[in-house]
Design a protein around this ligand. Structure first.
Ligand code: ARG
Length: 461
């Protein structure tokens, strides 16, 4: 038999060329949607039978065939063919091979356009649920580490310069909060993902007496897409997911950057466990923080996909266009990347070794309690601007004498303002400075303790 002589359909007089076939086929990547495709088809068939569009026998055979196909796919015995373009046509063809004419009826009142939109929504709903759970695991690891380090003092930085002392737990809690917002963005996006496009057919709906609510119920969608043209054509739900993933990765890349710096010999705040590092092929002494570096790098990849999807959607006329087939590889890659990243990050955080003494020593280096001295003067009646000037002079004096502010004699401090008394030393120490920031959101030890407690109870709900 001659190969490649197949025409797309009887409407065509020439067969599809080999290169066009390869160019247009999506089965090599969209076969990942197979189980969702079958789930959607089973619900569609169930509805067609209820509406008396197909018979009970047809439904029985379709179910039997699709269940067999599921098994074949799971056992990796299913033969995918690029001649059949995509996951939908591959499965439909096989169904007809298995059950005959009843299989040919499955596509009644449906198009691949509403079918693929449904598959992507079912797939993404699972991805989002998994992502939310994985974020929770990382949040838990973050809180567990933070709980051990409420009293660990580190230099809080602005402009990468020592600014004010903070509790290390407070710093970690900042990442917990970022993750909390990431999580809620995914939860919110889920509402817009979990609505049913099926029933829109190619773009205009169908003349068959379908029951979309029935299908939505079977597939656990929260509602129906209200416009068939919109339902088959927009991929905003994918773009929104990718944008949320980009923000998540952005947060993790910031944290990664800190882990990389903190583990360098210039900081020595932490040690990343060996299992997350690699060596150098030439420098035997090296231990490189590959995992956080790759998290930083993969953020670029996820952001790149966001730009791809936005560009893909831009200026597409209504309704479905084949451009949309290009949505799959980016989205699958984003989903895989954030899943692996969250997994590995949670484990890495739970295995971090912390060196509190080095953190505290670094905090002492940059006159981090100067603001506390200024605040003290303001409380004694000076204006803040005047206090700022007086403290700047005191800092200069301390720099010249190579001592921390808390080590400058009272008599010397009083040269900068008569308002200074011996109670000043309560706020010039790192602990005193931290302790005084008692309000909600501040780094005060007790405030942090309360914040961690609240976070933990929210997380366990
Ligand atoms: N493989 C296609 C996609 O991913 C399925 C929809 C095709 N529809 C069509 N009319 N060609 O978008």
């Amino acid at each position: 038999m001659k190969k490649n002589i197949k025409k797309w359909s009887e409407r065509f007089s020439e067969p599809t060329s080999e290169i066009v076939k390869r160019y247009t086929a999506s089965v090599n990547f969209d076969q990942r949607l197979a189980m969702y495709d079958i789930e959607g088809s089973l619900a569609h068939a169930e509805m067609l039978k209820k509406q008396k569009v197909i018979s009970a026998t047809d439904l029985k055979l379709i179910k039997k065939g699709l269940n067999q196909i599921k098994k074949e796919i799971t056992a990796q015995k299913f033969k995918w063919s690029i001649d059949l373009e995509d996951v939908h046509l591959n499965i439909e063809k096989r169904l007809t091979q298995i059950v005959g004419k009843s299989g040919e009826k499955l596509h009644t009142g449906r198009s691949r356009n509403d079918q693929v939109a449904t598959d992507m929504r079912l797939y993404l709903r699972d991805v989002v649920d998994q992502t939310i759970n994985q974020i929770k695991v990382l949040q838990k690891a973050t809180l567990t580490l933070a709980e051990k380090h409420i009293m660990t003092i580190m230099p809080g930085m602005t402009h990468m310069q020592v600014a004010q002392p903070v509790s290390f737990a407070h710093h970690l809690h900042a990442y917990y909060e970022m993750l909390e917002r990431d999580k809620s963005r995914f939860q919110d996006a889920r509402k817009r993902i979990n609505i049913l496009p099926l029933g829109s057919a190619a773009l205009a709906g169908t003349s068959f007496p379908i029951d979309r609510k029935f299908v939505a119920k079977i597939l656990k969608f929260d509602g129906l897409m209200e416009n068939s043209i919109d339902a088959v054509s927009d991929r905003d739900f994918l773009i929104e997911f990718n944008a949320n993933a980009s923000l998540l990765m952005t947060h993790l890349s910031r944290w990664s950057e800190e882990l990389i710096m903190w583990s360098s010999p210039f900081f020595e705040f932490i040690e990343i466990s060996d299992s997350f590092c690699t060596g150098s092929s030439i420098m035997p002494q090296k231990k490189n923080p590959d995992v956080p570096e790759l998290v930083r790098g993969k953020t670029g990849r996820v952001n790149g996909h966001l730009v791809s999807l936005l560009t893909l959607m831009k200026a597409q006329p209504l309704a479905y266009n084949k451009d949309n087939q290009e949505d799959k590889e980016p989205i699958f890659d984003v989903a895989d990347t954030i899943s692996d990243t969250l997994n590995i990050f949670a484990e890495m955080v739970s295995k971090l070794k912390i060196f509190p003494k080095n953190m505290e020593a670094a905090a002492l280096k940059g006159y981090p309690t100067a603001t506390d001295l200024a605040d003290y003067l303001v409380k004694k009646g000076m204006t803040f601007r005047a206090a700022h000037g007086a403290v700047a002079k005191a800092v200069k004096f301390a720099i010249n004498n190579q001592s921390d502010l808390s080590a400058v004699d009272l008599k010397d401090l009083q040269k900068f303002s008569k308002l200074i008394d011996k109670d000043i030393y309560n706020c010039l120490t790192l602990k005193g400075s931290i302790n005084s920031r008692k309000h909600i959101g501040g780094t005060g030890f007790n405030a942090v303790k309360t914040a961690l407690k609240q976070a933990k109870s929210k997380l366990s709900k």
